[in-house]
Design a protein around this ligand. Sequence first.
Ligand code: UD1
Length: 420
Amino acid sequence: MDKIRIRGGRPLSGDIFIHGAKNATLPLMAAGLLTDERLILSNVPLLADIETMATLLAQHGIATERLGNEGRVLSLGGAITNTEAPYDIVRKMRASILVLGPLLARCREARVSLPGGCAIGARPVDLHLKGLEQMGAEIRLEGGYVNAAVPQGLRGADIVFPFVSVGATENLLMAASLAEGRSTLSNAAREPEITDLALCLMAMGARIDGVGSDQLLVEGVAQLHGARHDIVPDRIETGTYACAAAIAGGSVMLRGARLEHIAALATALGEAGVEVVEDKGGLAVRRLNGLHGTDVQTAPYPGFPTDMQAQFMSLMCVAEGAAMITETIFENRFMHAPELNRMGARINVHGASAIVRGVTSLQGAPVMATDLRASVSLVLAGLAARGETVVNRVYHLDRGYEAVERQLSACGADIERTSD
Ligand code: UD1
């Protein structure tokens, strides 16, 4: 099994290329189920989760071809031949639930394994199911599967989400695009990945208003057609490398990154003593002097992203003073805290909040984490730690970060991937 070995204490300097967003690509691939024609996606990241989604789509009859330089262009196409998403694939990746809306819209039936809980919390899919029921679907949960049918076809509905859900908004936006009549999605998620999905659906012929707002109005159409779409840059990869420059010191240029997508993080970094400015088609990130403890609370977009909470916590471990970090989206998303404490951090978790008291330095240690963002937060801690840090279970990292060790070593970090 691969490991990442880091010898900390070297400042970063250089360019880092920001890839297309994983969390935009996965729903966009599911949108390939909405038409028999070709959907061409460019700026696709080379990640394990993309392969998992391609395997799932293949099982439904949709072939994914990698084109272009390095295979960063995906061509999806084919007729749906099977409406079952099996447990063996869904359990590997929760985003698999995103095939439910498109399959129901196209085939009037679907059988999709329930994703179940995961390392960061229970993560139910009740909002996805309730929304589809409002659109006329009959849903039974049996043997760990969602069995859904809508013999007369989906009908438009007024759906008010009781709280913001990225996945439910995506699933229902896709379903509503092919439903009969008008749908409104209120209290919808506004993440840039949703805007990206809406733009692609519109290029495929969908009629959507209110894109970028928390109220999406969808006028269903009888069919969608093929399209080409360029995937939005990954704001979480952007934020992660911004935190890398902040914790290691030095300055980096994040090529292709967009400031408007990381506004809440950039504000927090500014308070902490890190400059983030737009520069020549990207973002220049520079640690000014010392780091200062800065409180953050996660919230749906445009708030501070839960997917940046672990990385920001690593940064606060070596800041002067204390920081309170509050997680409001997932109930169990502090598993990096005890690992950071093993590296000499002073973090106390109380319910949904963690108090981080800054220390002058961390010490390298063997560490591991059970989710993607927690794993990368340990890599960041390793950049600042004295001595050697070995991050185990690198397959979590590979789900969301393309060549993290190459990107960081090109900027001067002492980091390498090793295998047993
Ligand atoms: C997506 C992202 C994930 C990110 C999260 C929050 C992808 C592939 N994943 O996940 O990286 O951390 O948004 O920004 O894009 N909930 C319910 N019932 C539901 C749906 C959600 O109770 O039917 C709860 C969840 O348990 C969680 C909260 O709502 O507490 C937000 O979840 P949601 O926004 O749906 O996250 P995902 O779409 O799963």
